[in-house]
Structure formats: C-alpha cells, structure tokens
Design a binder for this molecule. Structure first.
Ligand code: JFZ
Length: 403
C-alpha cells in the first residue's frame, strides 16, 4: 500500500473517539481524601503513589455497566468514524488480556473480561475503525519502564530490554488478537530514533495497514500529532490530528464538570478540518464502565449537526481561502463550504479569496434554498441571508464552482 492508500480512510474519517479508561477511574482525581490536581490518568505520578499501593486498585475494578455496543453506538451517533482506546497508559495497567504480566484486567480484577476484545468486535460489526493507544515509554509499574523515580532507581533501568522483551510482545498481542487495527497511538515519543524505527517496522511487519501516530517520535509517524487540545492558527499541510478533551481531563475525574458546549465542539471540529486535520475527541469512562452522561449529551448534539452537514466535513480538504473572520471554509472538488459561525445582522456577507465563478450557492441544510451571490471587485458578496442562522452552531453555505 502506498501512503495515499494507507491514509485514505483517515482523510475521509476526520472525526474519532478517544477513550482513556483504566484503574485511574477508581480514584477519579481523589487520593486519601485529597483532590489531586491535573489530568486524572496521571494521579499515580502526581500523588507519587507507590506501585504496591496503586496496584491494589485492580482488586476493585469491576466495570459491570460496561457495554461495548453502547459505546460504539455513542460514537456512531456522534458521527465519529474511528475509535482509539488506552490498552496500556503510563500507569502500566493492561486493559487487555496479555501473557506478559498478570497486571491486567482479565487476571487481576473481578471483571475477568477483556473489554478491548468486546470493543474491537463491536467496532468491526458497526464499521468503526479501531485502534489502540499504547504508552511505549512511560510505564510507572514496570521496573524498566520510564517515569517512576519514586519506587525505582532510574540508573538501574534497562529501557531497551523493556521495549524488546515487553513492549514488542505486547504490541504483537494487540496486533494479532483483536482483528484489523487501524492505528497504534503511541505517546510521549520514543527515546531514541533506533528504538522508534524498530517499533515502527515491528508494527508494520504484523499489520502493514496500521497507521502509527506522530508521538512515536523522530518523524516516524504516518501523521503529525498536535499537542493536547492544540489547534494550529493556520492551515497545516499534510495529515495531522488534534487530540482533545470534552472537559479538562482524559481519564475520569469525579469533580471535573467543565464540559465544553456542543457548539464549541462543532466549531472546533470545523476549525480543525478547515486547517487540514482530524479531531480525536476524548471520553473518560467511569470505573463502573459508563461514559459520563454530559459527554454523551454533547456528542449527540455534534452528531445531529453532522447528520445534516457531514458532507462539508468527511473527506473535506482544508480552506483554499485561509482563515476568515466570519467562520471557516472547507473544500471538495468543485465545491466550497462556507461555515458561518458569526451571523451577519444585515443579511450580507463579504467573502475574500474566492477564485472562479460560482455556479450556484445554497444552504447545505436546505439545498433547495438558494443564496444570492454577486461579485464586487475581488470580493464575493452573499446577500439575502435570512435574519436568523439556519443552524445555531454553524450554518453551511455551499458554493458550487464552475470548472
Ligand atoms: C499525553 C499523556 O501524558 C496524557 O495522559 C494523555 O494520554 C495525552 C493524550 O497524551 O500527554 C501529552 C503528551 C504530549 C503532549 C502533551 C500532552 N505534547 O506533545 O504537547
């Protein structure tokens, strides 16, 4: 497969569900009666919890409300086309059935099931691409993993051994036992280019179509990963993705209620796509196995907008007219999609940078409803816009272009 063939589904999908789920959902931001600041999945590090203490959480992890079909339906209802879930985060706990350690959800918890297997099957059944987040560098449980300097002496770590005798065999399990894997989502970067190249070649030797994200490091990813919640302020060439949260944490925190409004999520999706990227939006399920209702409600609203306006997002190319002040622009062959975030009070909108003649202009939500356009110098002017926007979050006007 050449690069374009490998990237084709990613460029079409544009919008995915990120899932951070693990033992950290039990403390949910609290430890010994104290609120631990920062992102929930970092609690072991922030509170410097000894391995022997943190691993006791496994005995209490029994997400009886987990239902893979429900989670996949939430993703589908949101208009998400791929899913990336934490197989192993920095705390080292394995959310999948692995032979490399008993510190995993099947052996060490009363749940005894492999939720990764159930999710992989549900995604395949519903046509959602499925991938794993895998922390290949930070591992606060394994003596040779990086990052835990409160239980282990960093000078005694053999990281290359960790990669070759632990990480690679686990990647083989993830790439062998769960069907087609769309993405291996590495994190933090790999310390050396040699080890990063070894990991890339290893992954592709098992599933050649699997995409590897930019956080493998050393430019060895198939696409660039932006910083958390970071959206560039300009069009960025090539394939890239913004990983983002709905509130302020990846792993569940009981007291993080700072949920972004659905309109903000829609406009971030449009903003990212208009600059050439994908939006990987996170949910942090509870220790009972439920995606928090505020997330579900917001994702449903985003899905409602996409059901009407998805043509302007899925498979769309970045803006050829830059980043306008009134909203954003996405593009397809012969069409421009003007995303009006701000609504002109006088029914008139001036658009700069449009080259070529407009054959027809209309509302994507109401294709029979024509929008009048005329040229004024090098500007295209939309007139007769109604007093109120068609959509509360983002009204899309389609310009069908000549040629
Ligand atoms: C990492 C993790 O530490 C975090 O827990 C979460 O999984 C997030 C998605 O990824 O955090 C990062 C990693 C890299 C950057 C920022 C946060 N970065 O490169 O800016």
């Amino acid at each position: 497969m050449n690069r374009d063939e490998r990237m084709a589904w990613f460029r079409e999908a544009k919008f995915g569900m990120f899932i951070h789920w693990g033992l950290y959902a039990i403390p949910a931001g609290m430890w010994k009666g104290k609120m631990i600041p920062g992102i929930g999945e970092w609690i072991m590090h922030r509170a410097r919890i000894p391995v022997k203490e943190y691993e006791q959480l496994a005995k209490h992890f029994n997400p009886v409300k987990f239902n893979a079909e429900e989670w996949v339906q939430i993703a589908k209802d949101a208009g998400m086309k791929y899913m990336v879930i934490t197989a192993k985060h920095h705390d080292g706990f394995c959310m999948f059935d692995t032979k490399l350690t008993d510190y995993n959800i099947v052996k060490a918890t009363p749940f005894k099931r492999d939720p990764m297997k159930e999710l992989a099957e549900a995604c395949q059944k519903h046509g959602i691409k499925f991938g794993f987040y895998y922390s290949q560098t930070l591992d606060w449980h394994h003596p040779d993993g990086m990052g835990n300097d409160w239980d282990y002496d960093p000078a005694k770590k053999d990281f290359a051994k960790y990669i070759r005798e632990y990480v690679k065999p686990q990647l083989r399990e993830l790439l062998t036992n769960y069907g087609p894997i769309a993405i291996i989502w590495f994190d933090i970067g790999t310390p050396t280019p040699e080890l990063a190249r070894e990991l890339r070649e290893f992954v592709l030797s098992i599933q050649p179509q699997t995409l590897i994200n930019g956080r493998i490091g050393h430019g060895l990813g198939d696409y660039r990963e932006m910083g958390d919640n970071k959206i560039p302020d300009h069009v960025v060439e090539g394939d890239w993705e913004t990983p983002a949260t709905i509130n302020d944490t990846w792993g569940y925190k009981s007291y993080d209620h700072n949920w972004k409004d659905p309109g903000v999520l829609v406009q971030k999706l449009v903003d990212i796509v208009s600059k050439g990227g994908n939006y990987l939006l996170n949910v942090g399920p509870t220790a009972e196995g439920e995606i928090p209702q505020p997330s579900v409600e917001r994702l449903k609203k985003v899905g409602e907008w996409l059901r009407v306006n998805g043509e302007s997002i899925y498979g769309a190319k970045p803006s050829p007219i830059g980043i306008p002040t009134w909203g954003r622009c996405t593009a397809k062959e012969g069409k421009l999609y003007l995303h009006l975030f701000a609504w002109p009070w006088d029914g008139r909108l001036e658009v700069e940078g449009i080259k070529g003649e407009v054959k027809r202009a209309y509302f994507l939500a109401e294709p029979d409803r024509t929008v009048e356009v005329k040229k004024e110098g090098d500007k295209l002017v939309l007139t007769n816009l109604p007093p109120k926007p068609i959509d509360q979050y983002d009204t899309v006007v389609v310009l069908e272009m000549e040629g």
